[in-house]
Design a protein around this ligand. Structure first.
Ligand SMILES: Nc1ncnc2c1ncn2[C@@H]1O[C@H](COP(=O)(O)OP(=O)(O)OP(=O)(O)O)[C@@H](O)[C@H]1O
Ligand SMILES: [Mg+2]
Length: 235
């Protein structure tokens, strides 16, 4: 079932950041989101996932509106968000981070076992404090804790920013596997979007809180096309 965002407006306090954004997340597909710093990409993801209230517009999923629900209720509806920063509890062990996530969700015990199997590095580091993990390991843990919730839609906000290439490749291949297994994935991309565009269906360019372009992701791999699209935005 796809998730449909229409005319979404939101922001912080009285400051409006999103001015009517349309967006769609389809199962078994990876959707890429691009745009300059401060464009509102994270604000869009925080609003979809219930971390920020919508000021107007709607978020429809499985025949219901998610607008107005908080993050736990949105997660229970199957939609989870892994933020850019502060996405694990640094003072808890890897195992306890996963456990903390599992406490809120039915059937989480078996998913926790699956997550440890899917990400052997988490099994290896189970008793280590999250604060002592490398960037790539921490990001893996953040994705793992989201999966423990039993999601159908996983929203990743710049998950490979600043990571060693080996972790970039690992996360790209895990995400591809998740999509092959039916998950709808959103990937907000950072500096080098080519690897993600290559496995993605649709790319949204967000600029100044509005839709700038929505295109077939692979079309942005044609020479010069990505620069062309990004140059149109108000950097
Ligand atoms: N907690 C906050 N309180 C007030 N304003 C905020 C807050 N978070 C973000 N903003 C503002 O909202 C606007 C959009 O920020 P947002 O984080 O959504 O951009 P982004 O596209 O994710 O950028 P980046 O590529 O740097 O992650 C920016 O002007 C930012 O300063
Ligand atoms: Mg952001």
């Amino acid at each position: 079932m796809q998730l449909d965002v229409s005319g979404l407006k939101s922001g912080y306090g009285k400051v409006q950041i999103l001015h009517g954004v349309d967006f769609c997340i389809r199962p078994s597909e990876i959707t890429t989101v691009l745009g300059p710093n401060g464009a509102g990409k994270s604000t869009l993801m925080k609003t979809i996932s219930g971390h920020l209230p919508a000021m107007a517009g709607d978020i429809r999923y499985r025949g219901e509106s998610l607008a107005g629900l908080g993050p736990l209720a949105v997660c229970k509806a199957g939609v989870g968000y892994v933020p850019q920063d502060a996405n694990v509890f640094p003072d808890l062990s890897v195992y306890d981070n996963l456990l903390a996530s599992s406490l809120a969700f039915e059937g989480a015990a078996s998913r926790m076992a699956e997550v440890l199997q899917r990400f052997p590095i988490l099994e290896e580091r189970a008793n280590q404090l999250a604060s002592t993990l490398s960037g790539g390991e921490r990001q893996t843990l953040a994705i793992g804790t989201a999966l423990v919730a039993g999601l159908d839609i996983l929203i990743l906000d710049e998950p490979t920013a600043g990571l060693a290439p080996i972790f970039v490749d690992r996360i790209v291949s895990w995400v591809r596997e998740l999509a092959e297994d039916g998950m709808g994935v959103v990937w907000v991309v950072e500096q080098n979007p080519e690897k993600i565009l290559a496995i993605s269906e649709t790319a949204y360019v967000i600029d100044a809180g509005r839709n700038s372009e929505t295109v077939a992701a692979k079309s942005l791999l044609e020479p010069g096309r990505l620069e062309e699209v990004l140059l149109q935005v108000h950097v």
